[in-house]
Design a protein around this ligand. Structure first.
Ligand SMILES: [Zn+2]
Length: 584
């Protein structure tokens, strides 16, 4: 292990889980725990809980759970060492510089330095004959100013198989560096060649100002139109937004979300320095969380074509879930923001921005467009669908306002509409209740781990194994009473693994809190451990409970091992009872 375990223990102790989670999720106290809307799955009522006593989080909906390090790994999508680094920074702890750890950091810095040199190289090409086509595209065709091209560090990858490779080799970067940075591609014959050829280059810069990847656009009608860096150890496309490094400083009070680099750049050139774009991928929950850190309002300005509308509809709930106020730009007479500004000017676009519909209006208009309200049959269908949208709104005020508006459009009484919405709401409530009842009625199904790979073969033993782990996590003094219970006697491999890890840590004097197991357990295993720890346990008679659990585990282990000779099993049970002095 690269990072010393003692440091991990200190790190966990210095990062109180409810503080850390609170900076991502709004938590409210209910009973002994804190509750909020789960950041890892979509929900409307909170099933995400944080326990300050146990220092864990656990979602009863999607089953995700763990300690503070696991939380950061999950929500920031970071590997273990990076999550530790982030938490160390947060708590003001200096990272211990172990060899491996230091090597990892140096590798990362080298790739970032290479990316920066590559960006400089591409930018310089715009002034050379090799880059003339790119300069013509940016300055003449897209009408970008020198200032804009410089601000975004745009460039041109020459029409060549190895010009970048050669230029970077002169600076001391080798094959491995270029492949790791995603700037070169392996030909399988041991040769490498430039990934980006004859393309206009858009460096992707993160909020810290580091060049983490590139997007390249063809100059003609070639395909693919856009080619992006692959995910590398410094670049993850679902976690970065193009131009956020600039937009985060905007004073316009909102962020504009566009579909592409060019839209974002032309908005910036027109003075809307709050535009960003997701990169060669649909908007993800991570993108939304990233945006929500810098703004309260997001305006979706996607293309007006079918694909753009579908993408906007997908993006709305993702953005809404983070608590962002979501609006949708309604563009008529242009296919995208770039074209709109070129045709109608920046003032017109500013007006458009102020008039942008909130997401409810947008969704209702999408419904409205599909029906001919002069036709009675279609009117009925329209109302049915509109009722569905209105019933899905969280606030009664919103339901009344938009319900009334839809009623007026269809020419029916608002009261009639309100009644339909009410019916739909109670139908949904009944459905939800039934679903909950079904869940409650099948405890066996609920007792199985969510992850299929971890399923229990022997439920009776697994329950007892869970009990042992829970008791040890809650009260480390009980380690002294585990006797000769061994991980190999556990029926569920995952529970045996957790038990073994805990015993090992206990033996070597390390903390046995769950959060410290973040690097040793897979995410699903950690989630299961958090679920186990989150179950109620009566600690007033923990010694007896532990003994009972152990007895069940031993009995079941013997039953499995000696399934054919029940006499041996019985004898072993009797012997165990005698030695421990507990009656049957
Ligand atoms: Zn969840």
């Amino acid at each position: 292990m690269a990072i010393p375990e003692q440091f991990i223990d200190e790190l966990v102790a210095r990062n109180e889980i409810s503080d850390v989670v609170s900076s991502y999720v709004t938590l409210t106290r209910k009973g002994g725990n804190l509750w909020g809307l789960c950041p890892f799955h979509s929900e409307k009522t909170p099933s995400f809980s944080v326990s300050a006593d146990k220092q864990i989080y656990h979602c009863f909906g999607c089953g995700k759970g763990g300690g503070v390090i696991s939380f950061i790994m999950e929500i920031e999508n970071l590997p273990f060492p990076d999550a530790v680094r982030l938490l160390a920074q947060r708590a003001g702890l200096a990272m211990p510089e172990t060899g491996e750890n230091e090597g990892y950091r140096r590798r990362r810095e080298r790739l970032l330095a290479l990316n920066k040199e590559a960006a400089r190289y591409f930018h310089r090409q715009l002034q050379s004959p090799q880059g003339a086509a790119g300069a013509a595209y940016l300055f003449e065709k897209r009408k970008l100013s020198r200032g804009t091209v410089t601000r975004f560090g745009l460039g041109m990858a020459p029409d060549s198989w190895d010009s970048l490779i050669n230029a970077m080799a002169e600076l001391g970067y080798d094959k491995r560096d270029l492949l790791d940075a995603g700037l070169a591609v392996d030909s399988k014959k041991g040769r490498i060649y430039d990934r980006f050829r004859n393309r206009v280059m858009f460096p992707i810069i993160d909020v810290r100002g580091d060049v983490i990847g590139f997007g390249g656009r063809v100059l003609d009608d070639g395909t693919p139109k856009y080619l992006n860096s692959p995910d590398t150890s410094v670049y993850n496309k679902s976690r970065n937004l193009f131009a956020l490094n600039i937009a985060k400083k905007s004073r316009l009070g909102r962020m504009i979300l566009t579909e592409g680099y060019m839209d974002t750049i032309s908005l910036h050139q027109a003075g809307f320095d709050c535009a960003v774009a997701s990169l060669g991928t649909a908007l993800t929950a991570e993108h939304a969380q990233l945006l929500a850190r810098y703004t309260k309002e997001a305006v979706i300005a996607y293309d007006g074509d079918g694909a753009g509308v579908a993408a906007a509809q997908r993006a709305i709930p993702i953005l809404e879930r983070t608590g962002l106020k979501v609006k949708v730009l309604r563009m008529a007479g242009a296919k995208d923001p770039d074209e709109y500004i070129k045709s109608y000017g920046r003032e017109a676009f500013a007006r458009l921005l102020d008039q942008s519909e909130n997401h409810i209006e947008y969704r209702l208009r999408q419904v409205r467009q599909r029906y001919d309200l002069a036709d009675d049959a279609q009117k009925v269908e329209f109302l049915r669908e509109a009722v569905g949208v209105v019933a899905s709104l969280h606030s009664a005020v919103e339901r009344e306002i938009y319900g009334g508006r839809m009623a007026a459009e269809a020419g029916v009484a608002p009261e009639a509409m309100a009644l339909e919405v009410k019916k739909e709401l109670s139908r949904r409530l009944r459905q939800e209740k039934k679903k909950q009842e079904r869940r409650d009625l099948t405890p066996a199904a609920q007792l199985q781990p969510k992850s299929r790979g971890l399923r229990y073969e022997n439920m009776r033993s697994a329950r007892a194994e869970e009990g042992v782990i829970r008791l040890l996590l809650l009260d480390p003094a009980l380690f002294a009473q585990t006797g000769e219970l061994e991980a190999t006697q556990f029926s569920a491999p995952v529970l045996g693994k957790i038990y073994g890890l805990l015993q090992e840590r206990r033996r070597t004097g390390l903390s046995t809190q769950l959060a410290s197991l973040a690097s040793a357990l897979e995410p699903e295993e950690m989630s299961l451990a958090a679920l186990v720890l989150d179950q109620p346990e009566d600690l007033s008679r923990s010694g007896q409970a532990l003994h009972d659990y152990i007895e069940t585990i031993r009995t079941e282990a013997l039953r499995r091992a000696e399934g054919d000779s029940p006499g041996a099993l019985l004898a072993a049970r009797e012997k165990y009872r005698e030695t421990k002095g507990y009656g049957g």
